[in-house]
Design a protein. Sequence first.
Length: 109
Amino acid sequence: MELYRKVRLACRDGMSERAAARHFGISRQSVRKMLEFSVPPGYRRTAPVRRPKLDGFTGLIDEWLRRDRDDDHRKQKHTAKRIFERLRDEHGFTGGYPRPVFAISVLPR
């Protein structure tokens, strides 16, 4: 944030974008962005995350987790490993183990 302020002040006082980039050791594109936005804009995702191997199974995983939440049988709840095994054995899932684990961590419980 301090660099952001210094670059904006230097350019306001007459330093060119190219000179500011060289002086502060950053790219001219970064200087241009610093002048364009009064506050750093942060990262903006351009497209939604795609999970091609898992997208077809998210509804099924949601249903299993919803049923687990509604049931009172604590010992019968699905673990990430159990979900992976069921997807692989019963539904032909070809992805790796981390995919269902990620889905479980992202989905609301």
